[in-house]
Design a protein around this ligand. Sequence first.
Ligand code: ADP
Ligand code: MG
Ligand code: MG
Length: 889
Amino acid sequence: MKFVYDFTEGNKDLKDLLGGKGANLAEMTNLGLPVPPGFTITTEACKVYLESGEEPAALRDEVSAHLVALEETMGKKLGQADDPLLVSVRSGAKFSMPGMMDTVLNIGLSDKSVQGLAKQAGDDRFAWDSYRRLIQMFGKTVLGVDGELFEEALDAAKAAKKVTVDTELEAADLKKLVTRFKKIVKTEAGRDFPQDPREQMDLAIKAVFDSWNGDRAKLYRRQERIPHDLGTAVNVCSMVFGNLGPDSGTGVAFTRDPASGHQGVYGDYLQNAQGEDVVAGIRNTVPLAELESIDKKSYDQLMQIMETLENHYKDLCDIEFTIERGQLWMLQTRVGKRTAGAAFRIATQLVDQGLIDEAEALTRVNGAQLAQLMFPRFDESAKVEQVGRGIAASPGAAVGKAVFDSYTAVKWSRSGEKVILIRRETNPDDLDGMIAAEGILTSRGGKTSHAAVVARGMGKTCVCGAEELEVDTKRRRMTVPGGHVVEEGDLISIDGSTGKVYLGEVPVVPSPVVEYFEGRMHPGADDADELVEAVHRMMAFADRKRRLRVRANADNAEDALRARRFGAQGIGLCRTEHMFLGDRRELVERLILADTEVEREESLKALLPLQKKDFVELFEAMDGLPVTIRLLDPPLHEFLPDITELSVRVALAESRQEPHENDLRLLQAVHRLHEQNPMLGLRGVRLGLVIPGLFTMQVRAIAEAAAERRGAKGDPRAEIMIPLVGTVQELEIVREEADKVIAEVQEATGTELKLAIGTMIELPRAALTAGQIAEAAEFFSFGTNDLTQTVWGFSRDDVEASFFTAYLEKGIFGVSPFETIDKDGVGSLVKLAAKAGRETRPDLKLGVCGEHGGDPESVHFFHEVGLDYVSCSPFRIPVARLEAGRAAV
Ligand code: ADP
Ligand code: MG
Ligand code: MG
C-alpha cells in the first residue's frame, strides 16, 4: 500500500484517501493553478497508526522519498542553514472537522536557518516573525503548551514598544520574543523547542494523527454522525509567505455569496500577514475588492482562477490564497458551505448558467434544507439581544416565558402561557414539561442528548448544549454571559435552526416558502423573493423527475385542501378515530355500553350520518384523487373517560348519595376494557370482528358518501383500508361483509361504486404472509410506525423518552428507527412483502403511511423498493416531493 501521494498524483475524488484538503490541493495542482508543491500522507497511514499505536513501517521511508523530491523541485533542503525550505503541516480529514489539530506553518526554521531565511529574503524582520510564529504554533498544537502564554508574551512585547499591532514590532523585538517563546516551551513542555527540522516535521505529523482522537474531535463526530474510523490525512506543503511586506498578504474568498448565491467579489484580504491572521481578527482586513487597487495583477489572476474553479467544480467554492511579493498562490479550495436558502438559489443559478442540468441541481439541495426553510423564523430586521448559542437540535422559532422545571411548564401552559423549558439537561421525568413547552433549551448535551432526540420526535423546537448559559434549576434562574440573569417568567426566544438564544420576545414571521406553498405568494410576481422563485423551480424539477407519488395523511377537508395546495396527489391515510371524538363521544359511549343488539344498532345508526358527512366533505376536497380511509383502529378505552377521573366522580357521587348509575356503568366498562398492552390488544381489525356492525357502519358511510358525490357529478375515489391485519382470514371476513354493504348501497342508489379494499401491513406476520393477504387486498399500505414497534418490540410512546439516548450514545443506532426507517430490519420486511404481494397480484398498489413517508432518507428507500407512493403529514409533502425527485436522479 502506498502511504504518500504527491500533489500531482491525487485528484478531487480521492477524499476518502487524501482528505478533503489534500484531494482538492491535488485537483488544483493538476488544473495548472499555482499551488505550492507538496505531498499528502493518506488516511490509511493514520488508520494504521491509530490501530497499532505506531506509524506504518514504510511511512518514514516514503515521507523521506517525497521530501527529497520536494527538496529537488524547490532547489533547497528542509531547514537548510543558508537557504531553508520551509513547509506547513496541515490536517485534513474527509469532512472538515473542528477539533482537529491546527496547522503548523514555517516548519524547518531553527536558530541557524532563521539567519539564512533573513539573508535570502533580505528581510530580518520577516525571518524572525516567521520563527516566532513557528515556535508559537508548534508549542501550542504539537507540544500542548497553553496558547495564552504566547499571546501574553506577544502583548507584553507590543506594550513595551508602545505599539498596538504585530507588524510594528521590529526584527530586534521579534528576536527577543523568540527567546521568550523558547523559554515558555522549555518550562511548560519540559523540553527544548526541537532544532532538527525533520524532527519538527515528524512530531507535527504524529500530532495530527493523534488529534483525530482528541475529545473535541470525537464529540463533533458523534454529533454529526461521522464514523470514528475514517482517520485524517496530513498535508505537507512548501511555504509561501504573505508576511514579506506590503506587497504580500493573505486572504479568503468565495466564488459567490454563500448567503445569497449572488455572483460577485466576496472575501477578505490582509496585507503583510500569514495564515490565519486574516480570520483571527488581529488586524483589520479589507474587502477583497480592494485588492484590485493594491495589486491589480494578482487580483485579475485570482478572479480568473475563481472562474476556473467554479466552472470546474460547477459549484460555489471557497478559497484560501496568499500573495508573496506580487506572486499569487492557492492554498486551499473546497465546495463551500452555504445556507439552506443559498443552496436552492445557487442550484437554479447554475442551471441558468448552463453549468449543471436539472437532475444535477436536485443533488445540490435536500429535504432537510427545504424543511428548514419552511419553519417560521425570527424577523431578521428586529432588534435582538443574542445571549448564547447552542446546538441547533430541532428547528423552529420559539418564544415563551422561561421555566426551569417540568411541573411549572405544565402548570403555566395549562393557564395559557407560552413557556420555554430550560434545563441543564433533560431526562424522562421532564417529558410532560417538554410536551407543554413551546421549546426546550439545555446547557449540556449534543444532538443525541435526551432533549434533542425527544424534541425532534415531537417536532418541537430545541436548542441544546448552550454551554455559556449557566442554568441554576434550584434557584430557577439562568445566568448569561455578561452576568445578566434570566429569572423564571422572563421572556426568551430560541432558534432551533441556528442554535441562537435571545433575551425577550423576538417577533416571528411566517416562512415565505410556506406562503408560496399556501398560494399566498406567487413566483413571477413583483414582490416574490428570489428564494421562492428558486424553490418553485426546484419543485418543478423534482416533480418532473420523480416516480413516487406523494399523498397526505389528512383526516378532514381543511387538511386535505392544504395538502392539495402543497402538492398532494391524494390521501394515503384518513384516520377515522377523530370522527368518534368531541360531541360524538356520547354516541360512542352508548355503543360501547350497549347491552342489547337494539341499543347497539341505534347508536351505530346515529353515528352513520355524521360519518357520511365527514366523508362527503373529504371526497369533495380531494375530488378526482384517491382517498384511503382507515377503519377504526385505536383500542376502545381511548374513547372512554380517564379511569382516575371517573373513579373520583363515582366516589364523590356515592358519598353525596347522588345518582351516578351511568358513570358506574362507564367505570365498569373502563375496567372491562383495560388492557396491559393496549397497543397489542383489542384494536384494528380485531374491533371490526368482535363488535358487530361497527365496520359495516363505516363502510356504509363511505359508500353512501361516494354515491352522493357521484350524484353531484363528483369523482370520489375511495379506498377502504383495514388496519392491523395479521392473517388473510381476518381480512376475508371483513371484506365479505364490506362487499355486501357496498352492493346494497349500489343497489339502493343505482350508482356503480368502484371502491377498492386493501389493508395495512403493520405486523410482522402480515409482512411474512403478504402473498396470501394480497389475495384479499387490492392495495397494501405499510404502516411503518406500528411495523417498527412490532418488529423491534419497542413501544414508541415509552422508549424514545426512556432509553433511546443511551442507545444513540452507545452507537446501537445512529438515528431513531422511528425517524428514519431501519432498512435492514423493518425495511427488509417491506421489501419482502412488496415482492410477495405483487407476485400474487401484479397490479397491487403499494404505499406507505407511517411518519417515515416524509423522512428524506426513508423516501429514497421506498423509491428503491418500488412502492407507488408515500403518504405523510401535509407539511412534509414538499419535502417528500423533493426527495422523491432526488431519489430518481
Ligand atoms: P484550516 O483547515 O484551519 O483552514 P489550513 O491548513 O488551511 O488550516 O491552514 C491554516 C492557514 O495557514 C490558512 O490560512 C492557510 O492558507 C495557511 N497555510 C497553510 N499552508 C500554507 C503554506 N504552505 N504557505 C502559506 N500559508 C499556508
Ligand atoms: Mg483552523
Ligand atoms: Mg484552510
